[in-house]
Write a protein that binds this ligand. Structure first.
Ligand code: ZN
Length: 113
């Protein structure tokens, strides 16, 4: 019974099932996986303490935040690319990948091939 319930747990953020992540942390109303925790940490590192919105920061502060933000985007993109590479090696079509990403087959191919 417990094992059956565990089989259906998934990250509330990226929707990956527990079988596809290294760690899944339970909260009161959801779950978060190790990859999403790492992404959140990078976003927090890029956000100054007491953050009250980008409009409240100086040009210099926003300029300082650009590189960490870009690195976060790149890290998340690398995970996405790795997932797609595995699917492509397994022979999964661009059509199916596009459908999963809610973009066209052509758009999926252009972005990830
Ligand atoms: Zn996740």
């Amino acid at each position: 019974m417990n094992q059956l319930r565990r089989a259906f747990l998934r990250c509330s953020f990226c929707r990956k099932p527990n079988s596809k992540v290294a760690k899944l942390i339970a909260g009161r109303r959801g779950y978060i996986c190790d990859v999403c925790v790492a992404s959140c940490n990078k976003i927090l590192e890029a956000t100054p303490p007491g953050f009250a919105g980008w409009e409240t920061l100086t040009d210099e502060q926003i300029l300082d935040a650009l590189l960490p933000a870009e690195r976060t985007v790149e890290a998340v993109r690398a995970v996405l690319q790795e997932q797609i590479d595995v699917l492509r090696k397994r022979g999964v079509s661009w059509e199916a990948i596009g459908r999963a990403l809610q973009i066209s087959r052509q758009a999926a191919w252009e972005r990830f091939s």
